[in-house]
Ligand binder design. Structure first.
Ligand code: NAD
Length: 247
């Protein structure tokens, strides 16, 4: 589905981002995985290459909240693969403190990665996507971007902002054949969920209409659809991938 395409995936070293990198490579894309540290990026590249040595994948670890660093990383992707067609803004962090205990620095940290880094990625990618004749940007939102959450206000606030960036840039960039969408996962079995005792996962799963948490691959397949020509007329959409979970 992505033969000949070049994709940049932030937060691609584990969880949803890693599954997306794997699925994009399987579907013929060349992939640049961006993570936070050399060791985790190297480990992810090793794992992907072990799955198939013919995969064309590179890795970097720029500070995503620093526009200059992101710009430099994207120039390296262009040098390595000749172009950029797809950007997946996926790196993200969360926190659950109530407002009175919420450290203002922690709020800023969440905004730096979940919002500013998404802006930086979009801004740095646009010249390349225009040069390629169009492209696809997909941001990672969350189910909490619909109704918020009762504690940890920074995280839902950041994901509301991601939706705003997505819808606005879809309207701004459509004229360049650049589609901008977001995927809004529900509870997904990444490292954090996998580390929970099974009975706790069962408790979390109980109110979910589909009766279980999602798997990273089930989110990755939505990224794949939105990145591919199958979604050629889809832009400005926030695609829920949450088993109909209403929180
Ligand atoms: P994860 O913690 O398993 O992986 C996060 C990724 O982001 C890692 O690759 C990590 O290296 C990267 N990252 C973290 N800080 C970074 C930084 N400062 N610079 C660069 N990269 C950094 O997370 P996940 O659960 O796979 O989440 C991925 C995205 O999905 C996030 O945006 C998250 O908010 C969103 N999401 C996850 C869930 C869930 O239940 N797992 C639900 C809704 C939304």
């Amino acid at each position: 589905m992505l033969k000949g395409k070049v994709a940049v995936i932030t937060g691609g070293t584990r969880g949803i981002g890693f599954s997306t990198a794997e699925m994009f490579l399987k579907n013929g894309a060349k992939v640049a995985v961006l993570g936070s540290r050399k060791e985790t990026v190297d480990a992810a590249l090793e794992k992907l290459k072990a799955a198939d040595p013919s995969y064309e994948v590179i890795g970097m670890y720029p500070d995503l909240s620093d526009y200059g660093a992101v710009e430099k990383a994207f120039a390296q992707v262009k040098d390595a693969f000749g172009k950029i067609d797809i950007l997946i803004n996926n790196a993200g962090i969360s926190a659950r403190e109530p407002i009175e205990a919420y450290d203002p620095d922690a709020f800023k940290k969440i905004m730096d990665l979940n919002v500013t880094a998404v802006f930086n990625g979009c801004k740095a990618a646009v010249p390349y996507l225009k040069e390629a004749g169009g492209g696809s940007i997909i941001n990672t939102s969350s189910m909490v971007s619909l109704n918020g959450q009762p504690s940890g206000v920074g995280y839902p606030a950041s994901k509301f902002a991601v939706n705003g960036l997505t819808k606005s840039l879809a309207r701004e960039l459509g004229k360049y054949n650049i589609r901008v969408n977001a995927v809004a996962p529900g509870v997904t079995r990444t490292d954090m969920v996998a580390a929970l005792p099974e009975e706790m996962v069962a408790r979390v799963s109980a109110p979910i209409p589909l009766g279980r948490v999602g798997e990273p691959e089930e989110v990755a397949s939505c990224f794949l659809f939105l990145a591919s020509d199958m979604a050629s007329y889809v832009s400005g959409t926030i695609l829920s991938v949450d088993g109909a979970n209403i929180v």
